[in-house]
Design a protein around this ligand. Structure first.
Ligand SMILES: Cc1cc2nc3c(=O)[nH]c(=O)nc-3n(C[C@H](O)[C@H](O)[C@H](O)COP(=O)(O)OP(=O)(O)OC[C@H]3O[C@@H](n4cnc5c(N)ncnc54)[C@H](O)[C@@H]3O)c2cc1C
Length: 297
């Protein structure tokens, strides 16, 4: 029997995950763990039998949770990972549970330029680190100094930007690492100018993306030399539906749960789009959205 007498975080059995994601689909986590802080996460992972799978979720803005749920433990970071501080030399330190938008705002208030691209990404810092989140010409890799994380064995590790082996929407740091904190480097700027840049990002998003829908953002990565949305449009997929899942009419690289879609509807719609794009243009689209868990048996 596993005993963890010094565990301080919360464990919940059969926690529905749909409500923790933007798409609002999918089954439960066998167990959801919300660690109190980094030492608590480390203690838990150190004592959890290695055969039990662990999956980390952030704000669920880039996730499809499959209908059969997530076996093993899903980890979600909360308040103990929510600190944010401005440091000497135009640096911002943020816990992995801090929403990207808050980091953008804290940087603006501290007269730190270079982080305003985070304004438009609706995830938290852990997701930005794992996805190399980016928008409007900025990417996480451009501003990262170091990231901290805990591996599956409970070891606390620090990663330099080079260790993260970043490419477009991809991080090469070991898959088992749960990031806990990031240190970002910006540059000295004018708070009013930074605020204006952030407002522009907000306006542009509202005009071009279905940001009030149940979606996962860009579904597929832009293949080299192409825009995914153009290939999808050329394949005649704008507005296509499977069940209650639809290819957004506003931005056809976004899939939408119109209400009552299942994860399998959304994933099948994505696979249909991939097949049609392959037929019409010969390009193999790669999923940007992460799909976790198992299908309903
Ligand atoms: C309307 C909309 C617009 C979007 N626009 C953009 C955009 O402009 N640019 C962009 O890059 N993305 C965009 N996205 C996608 C998404 O917001 C980003 O990928 C974001 O970084 C995901 O963060 P999250 O906290 O929601 O992570 P989740 O969706 O919960 O998880 C995404 C991945 O990160 C991993 N992960 C999460 N937290 C951690 C952690 N602490 N340690 C290790 N791994 C972790 C998860 O296991 C999963 O593999 C958009 C999404 C939506 C819904």
């Amino acid at each position: 029997m596993v005993q963890m007498p010094r565990l301080r975080g919360r464990l919940i059995a059969n926690q529905p995950l749909a409500e923790l994601t933007w798409f609002r689909v999918g089954g439960p986590a066998q167990v959801l763990f919300m660690p109190e802080d980094e030492p608590d996460l480390s203690y838990f992972l150190m004592h959890l039998p290695p055969e039990i799978p662990v999956t980390v979720i952030g704000l669920g803005s880039n996730l499809i949770v499959r209908d059969g749920g997530v076996p093993g433990v899903a980890v979600r970071l909360g308040r103990g990972f929510g600190d944010i501080t401005a440091e000497e030399g135009s640096r911002i330190r943020a816990g992995a549970a801090v929403p990207d938008v808050k980091v953008a705002r804290a940087a603006q208030e501290a007269a730190v330029a270079g982080l305003s691209f985070l304004r438009g990404i609706p995830g938290a810092i852990g997701g930005a680190l794992r996805m190399n989140g980016g928008a409007y010409g900025g990417e996480t890799k451009d501003v990262l100094v170091t990231a901290r994380g805990v591996d599956r064995g409970g070891r606390i590790r620090t990663f330099t930007k080079a260790d993260m082996q970043y490419t477009y929407r991809h991080c090469g740091a070991p898959e088992d690492v749960i990031f806990t904190e990031a240190l970002f480097q910006g540059m000295s700027g004018d708070p009013a100018a930074i605020a204006a840049a952030m407002d522009k990002i907000t306006e542009s998003r509202e005009a071009t993306q279905p940001i009030k829908s149940r979606t996962g953002g860009s579904t597929f990565k832009n293949p080299p030399g192409h825009k995914a949305w153009q290939l999808i449009d050329a394949a005649g997929c704008r507005g296509l539906t499977v069940g209650a899942a639809q290819v957004s009419v506003l931005h056809c690289n976004f899939l939408i749960n119109q209400g009552g879609a299942s994860a399998v509807d959304i994933e099948s719609l994505g696979e249909t789009v991939r097949a049609r794009v392959r037929e019409t243009s010969g390009v193999d689209l790669e999923w940007e959205i992460k799909r976790i868990g198992v299908d309903r048996s």
